[in-house]
Ligand binder design. Structure first.
Ligand code: UD1
Length: 418
């Protein structure tokens, strides 16, 4: 298994490019199952999760051509409607093929994705919504078996809680359904908006994008398009923290500023010197005198849970007490014990954390537990005295495009070892 060996880095300096969004790429790739033709997707990040989605779509009969910065997907000849466990288990987002497969084939069998380190993560809202659209659903031998012999029919679905994945699955199921679907209490995340924009470009009729209620009028057919995925706001946020924590100066390119409005507001209030331009920002960590803070993760436009671990690492090195409340996932503090091994002072009680700032962290051997947790450990490794070794970095590779290739040219000292 690969590990990362990180030595204390000099302040990060230079220019960094943000890749395409993983959480946009995955549902958009799943959406190609609705199209009886070829589509071309640009700005696709080169990640383990994207490869998992490629393998899954190919197992269903898609023809995929992957180049450096774009892929073409042709789903005109699907041969299979079963998503096998060995492919689904690698990535929870695989469940997003359920809606489009069912819509296209009137039949879909998709393995249950199971739990993961950050919580039980059930799919009950996905299934509740699909039933409202007329699907008959049963669970057998760890698989969801969904049938809609007369096709899906539009309906009003009120989600009990905001869910990104359920909103996306139901959008995908309703595009070609007969009549009107209203998804109430829908997720407003930029990645959900990106999926809607892609679908509308293909000829779907979606209104209320980025609003609480999304309205979909079923259409008969979609058409082939070229589409460019939005930049990854979480990767961008991670680099912002990187510049601040190392007291460096980074220009971070390829950003949609609006997508980062809440984290940027928090950082400005803390005293971060950040110059915002049209599609890039310059973070001046050296001249930022940061004070402690308090955040609560919430669905968009609230503070993203996917940046919680990175901010916790930053808070660990700021004088005074900072507080984090995690309200999206029930078990997303796995990084706490590892950060504490490096000398951080973080105390967890249920969904809340108190972080007492320390003067320095000290390198040690630590373990990545999930995707975002692992990048917070990389950030910690950049500033910890001595050497930090991070095991189980396959979690990191699921969501970050060879992070050392982006950070090392800016002054980091990260090595990948066996
Ligand atoms: C997506 C993102 C993930 C991000 C999360 C929240 C992708 C591939 N992943 O995950 O990076 O952290 O949104 O922004 O886009 N829930 C249920 N039942 C359901 C569905 C969800 O109880 O049927 C719960 C979850 O356990 C969680 C909460 O609702 O506590 C929100 O989860 P959800 O928004 O669905 O997250 P994902 O789509 O899995």
């Amino acid at each position: 298994m690969k590990k990362l060996l990180i030595r204390k880095s000099s302040p990060l300096k230079g220019i960094i490019e943000v890749s395409g969004s993983k959480n946009s790429a995955l549902p958009i790739m799943a959406a190609s199952l609705l199209l009886n033709d070829k589509c071309l997707l640009k700005n696709i990040p080169n990640l383990a999760d994207v490869n998992s989605m490629i393998n899954l779509l190919e197992s269903l009969g898609a023809k995929i051509n992957k180049k450096k910065s774009y892929i073409t997907i042709n789903c005109s000849n699907l041969k299979n409607h079963k998503a096998e466990y060995n492919l689904v288990k690698k990535m929870r987002a695989s469940i997003l093929v359920l809606g489009p497969l069912l819509s296209r084939n009137q039949n879909a069998i998709v393995s249950l994705p199971g739990g993961c380190a950050i919580g039980t993560r059930p799919i009950n809202y996905h299934l509740y919504g699909l039933k409202k659209l007329g699907a008959k659903i049963s669970i057998k031998d760890g698989y969801v078996i969904a049938k809609a012999p007369n096709g899906l029919r539009g309906n009003t679905i009120e989600l009990p809680r905001v869910s990104v994945g359920a909103t996306e699955n139901l959008l995908l199921a309703s595009i070609l359904a007969k009549g009107k679907t209203v998804i109430k209490n829908a997720a407003k995340e930029p990645e959900v908006q990106d999926l809607c924009n892609f679908l509308n470009m293909m000829g779907a009729n979606i209104k209320g994008i980025g609003k609480k209620n999304i309205i979909i009028k079923g259409v008969k057919k979609l058409k082939s398009v070229k589409y460019s995925i939005i930049p990854d706001r979480i990767e961008a946020g991670t680099f912002i923290v990187g510049a601040l924590i190392t007291k460096g100066k980074l220009r971070i390119n390829n950003i949609i500023i609006e997508h980062l409005q809440t984290p940027l507001k928090v950082l400005k209030k803390m005293g971060a010197k950040i110059k915002i331009q049209k599609n890039y920002i310059i973070v001046d960590g050296k001249n930022s005198k940061l004070v402690s803070s308090k955040i609560k993760t919430k669905p968009y436009p609230g503070f993203p849970t996917d940046l919680q671990a990175q901010f916790m690492c930053l808070f660990s090195l700021i004088k005074g007490k900072s507080y984090i409340e995690e309200s999206v996932f029930e078990n997303r503090f796995m990084h706490v014990s590892e950060l504490n091994r490096l000398g951080a002072k973080i105390f967890v009680k249920n969904q809340n954390c108190k972080i007492e700032g320390v003067e320095k962290l000290i390198g040690a051997q630590i373990m990545a537990s999930d995707l975002r947790a692992s990048v917070s450990l990389v950030l910690a490794g950049l500033v910890a005295n001595g050497e930090t070794q991070i095991d189980r970095i396959y979690h990191l590779d699921r969501g970050y495009e060879k992070i050392e290739n982006k950070l090392n040219p800016c002054g980091a000292n990260i090595k990948r070892i066996d």
